[in-house]
Design a binder for this molecule. Structure first.
Ligand SMILES: NC(=O)c1ccc[n+]([C@@H]2O[C@H](COP(=O)([O-])OP(=O)(O)OC[C@H]3O[C@@H](n4cnc5c(N)ncnc54)[C@H](OP(=O)(O)O)[C@@H]3O)[C@@H](O)[C@H]2O)c1
Length: 304
């Protein structure tokens, strides 16, 4: 049986690493995985996880999704000269008050999360179209809150102090949804794997204005207090509700194995699609109020 050729971005850690290990060591030996990462000096962790057991099912390639040349060079290194399953997973977070974010930091996030995803898809799409088959899977994010709405469900939406990160993940939703409609005509399926909090290097890697940094110091005290409350909320969400990267890899596998893959998969049954709250009032006012209460209720701010 011919192996399905899989290319995954961002395999130095977290979800990308777990998925690479999961597919390369699948007992069926049905996958040949090209695990890519921007810095090959970080490949030891991945190699340690497979412990030499995946010599014929996994190759590691350098690929920086912000560098067109490196994407094309990685594509040229694929021995099979085709990719059947493309996983756009590389991504970075950015938190902090919007007015304290530098243009450079915001550009970098959009460069990796939005343009990096688009560039990668662009590089492999013509091949998939020519072969009239393919899968494109993208690591999405509930972007915002993982909190209880009145029906006891969790809701995906915007999240304070994550404006640019959420904008980047919302943009990716638009890219995928638009492509999914077109690519049906080429037997190519697009799927978003929507994650809530996951225990990876994501928190350690996310960019934020440093404490004491001039732009942050200049932010008004009320916003600073709300930011502190958000940080506490975020820590407790990761502590109480985070999934493991291996759990996320299983959702990818479910999507990959499906004969008719959906556009969206939620990694946790509690992460339901948009949402009773948002639908309850079409102007989203109820959602905004509930979110604000949920995140900031512990913060005793003065009234406006
Ligand atoms: N963890 C969560 O709570 C969570 C929730 C929702 C969605 N997600 C999404 O899940 C995806 C994977 O993140 P993770 O949680 O596994 O975090 P992670 O452990 O930090 O992994 C992120 C990966 O992206 C790579 N990357 C960053 N910039 C890159 C670039 N320019 N080119 C290629 N690779 C690059 C990182 O490489 P380096 O090691 O070189 O930095 C790393 O391999 C991201 O798209 C993230 O937005 C995560």
């Amino acid at each position: 049986m011919e192996r399905a050729v899989v290319l995954i971005t961002g395999c130095s850690s977290g979800i990308g690493l777990s998925l690479a290990v999961r597919l390369a060591s699948d007992p069926s030996r049905a996958y040949k995985v090209y695990a890519t990462m921007r810095n090959l000096a970080k490949k030891e962790r991945l190699m340690e996880c497979v412990k030499g057991s995946c010599k014929d099912t996994m190759d590691v390639l350098q690929m920086d999704v912000t560098d067109q040349q490196s994407i094309l060079e990685a594509r040229d290194m694929i021995k099979e000269k085709r990719v059947d399953i493309l996983v756009c997973n590389a991504g970075v977070g950015l938190i902090g008050p919007l007015e304290a974010q530098s243009l450079e930091a915001m550009r970098q996030i959009l460069e990796v999360n939005v343009l990096g995803t688009i560039r990668t898809i662009q590089a492999f799409l013509p091949g998939m179209k020519a072969q009239r088959s393919g899968r494109v899977l993208v690591t999405g994010s509930v972007g915002g809150l993982q909190g209880d709405d009145p029906s006891g469900q969790l809701t995906p939406a915007g999240l304070p102090f994550n404006e640019v990160y959420c904008a980047s993940k919302f943009a990716v939703e638009g890219v995928c949804e638009s492509l999914a409609i077109l690519l049906q005509h080429f037997n190519i399926h697009v799927s978003l794997i929507e994650c809530g909090p996951v225990n990876t290097n994501f928190l350690a890697n996310l960019r934020r204005p440093e404490p004491g940094e001039a732009a942050l110091v200049q932010v008004d005290p009320r916003t600073q207090g709300l930011y502190d409350a958000y940080i506490r909320h975020c820590s407790s969400m990761f502590q109480d509700a985070a999934q493991e990267a291996e759990d996320i890899a299983e959702v990818f596998v479910e999507a990959i194995r499906s004969q008719s893959p959906a556009l969206r998969y939620y990694t946790h049954s509690a992460l339901l699609p948009l949402t009773t709250l948002k639908l309850a009032a079409r102007d989203s006012s109820q959602y905004i109020k509930t979110m604000s209460h949920f995140i900031f209720s512990s913060h005793k701010a003065e009234e406006p």
